[in-house]
Design a protein around this ligand. Structure first.
Ligand code: TRP
Length: 455
């Protein structure tokens, strides 16, 4: 059992700070890279609709459950389970979360490095007048090289380490509070630009006019998987952040705000991308390369394209940074509290290992592209093992832990601030979702992801 926390345990200081940090975690490459690419591959508005339902019915309850576990225990992701269930192996859920944080970071820092370098390339005019064949060449040349992507990956790690070493209040809270508004403004500017292009409306329709025939089982499962990744749930990021939330904060309301604002950012990213894609006659279904190949080509065809392209990659870099900070904080909180390391040592060790093992992901598109484990490159393996295995398993365990082990009385006590908030009816509904609906739904995603059960 972990010893009680030092009285100086840091936390988020204001309601706005709680929102900024948790929203800063949720908003990331998921909104700007994964959401548009999956929407484009799964037929547009129908996918968006299903995604929103998944966020509301599954994602939101799991996020609230993580907040409850974290704040109730006032401890890191492993310590939290040890405190709330001292004699049981539940803490392994927390351990799996720490492992997942590393796995996600191995490849996330790689893609974040591409985004940083693209912001820089756009700024220096590297894409000026390039058409989509040329932007495709630039991309494959870049990810096929060794030094560039590695250097940018390490720059990314240095940036987030500085924030994490600065601490929960002065690092995470202050950083996200400053950067999120900038992100919103940049995104809105890109939206106005894209939406005022002639022919933009086709992109709006693509996002908002669902063709219900396109709602198939794989579409539902892809949407649920994205909801997990998007909301940073299933591995203890929100548990860790929940432990920094003050006892008087309204956690369910914060979770609703995060889910809504995060979805809004995804839609705004879609509105910056699809109208432009349609206006210039590009295909929406390019997948992961949409951001890196299609977008530079699309922005090139519009007036002041280079300026908007730079802004777009800058906002993507900001989003990715806030998300990675929350991922790095998970092992750092664990090492400082459970292993009594200094924050500095814990950060250097964690970011250092991410940088060393992350090389395997980064070289997956160059030197190691032929090297596969279970038929996957390291990049795909890390992505698959975290998104398709650890996040759903963690999600199920979190639902079961909150719904059955803690149980309705504790859930209602913690999430209503000991009855001070008048949200008991909502919390009763939440309990049902956590006990039954969410775990069963997630189990289906998991089995599908593993290919055990195909729909
Ligand atoms: N939500 C972030 C994004 O959309 C990524 C992220 C941060 C994450 N923390 C997480 C994903 C924890 C899964 C689990 O980019």
């Amino acid at each position: 059992m972990s010893s009680s926390n030092a009285p100086t345990r840091e936390g988020f200081t204001t309601t706005l700070g709680v929102l900024a940090a948790t929203l800063g975690s949720a908003v990331g490459l998921g909104n700007i890279w994964k959401f548009p690419s999956l929407t484009g591959q799964n037929g547009g508005a129908a996918f968006v609709l299903v995604y929103i339902v998944c966020v509301a019915l599954i994602g939101l309850p799991v996020m609230i459950a993580e907040f409850i576990i974290g704040r109730r225990a006032n401890a890191n992701n492993v310590g939290a389970f040890k405190k709330l269930a001292p004699t049981k192996p539940w803490y392994l859920t927390g351990v799996a979360g720490v492992v997942a944080a590393f796995l996600i970071m191995f490849f996330y820092t790689d893609v974040a490095g591409w985004v940083y370098s693209y912001a820089f390339k756009a700024l220096t005019g590297a894409f000026a007048n390039a058409d989509s064949t040329q932007t495709a060449d630039i991309f494959s040349q870049y990810i096929g090289s060794v030094a560039g992507p590695l250097v940018w990956q390490w720059i990314v790690l240095v940036v987030i380490s500085v924030v994490i070493i600065a601490g929960v209040t002065k690092g995470i809270e202050r950083m996200t509070k400053t950067l999120l508004p900038i992100l919103f403004v940049l995104l809105l500017i890109c939206d106005v630009r894209a939406l005022t292009l002639p022919g933009a409306f086709a992109g709006v329709e693509y996002l908002f006019k669902p063709d219900f025939a396109k709602i198939t089982a794989p579409v539902i499962l892809a949407a649920l998987g994205l909801a997990f990744f998007k909301l940073s749930i299933g591995m203890g990021t929100m548990t860790t952040y929940g432990s920094y939330i003050g006892k008087r904060e309204n956690m369910p309301v914060n979770a609703v705000r995060v889910a809504m604002a995060d979805t809004l950012v995804s839609l705004l990213a879609g509105l910056a991308i699809f109208p432009a894609v349609f206006a210039f006659g590009f295909q929406p279904d390019a997948g992961p390369s949409l951001l890196f190949i299609t977008i530079p080509a699309v922005f090139n065809t519009m007036p002041f394209g280079q300026v908007f392209l730079t802004m777009f990659f800058l906002l993507a870099a900001i989003a990715a940074t806030g998300a990675m900070i929350s991922l790095l904080e998970v092992p750092v909180a664990y090492l400082t509290e459970e292993k009594k390391w200094s924050r500095f040592a814990a950060t250097i060790f964690s970011a250092g290992s991410m940088g060393v093992v992350g090389v395997l992901a980064t070289l997956s598109t160059s030197t190691l592209s032929e090297f596969t484990v279970f038929g996957k490159t390291f990049f795909d393996l890390f992505d698959f093992a975290s998104s398709n295995v650890l996040l759903p398993v963690g999600g199920i365990l979190i639902c079961l832990f909150a719904g059955w082990k803690l149980g309705p009385a504790t859930i209602i006590d913690e999430a209503s601030n000991q009855g001070a908030l008048n949200n008991q009816v909502f919390l009763k509904f939440l309990t049902i979702m956590l006990r039954w609906v969410a775990p069963i739904a997630i189990l289906l995603v998991l089995l599908n992801g593993l290919g055990i059960f195909k729909v």
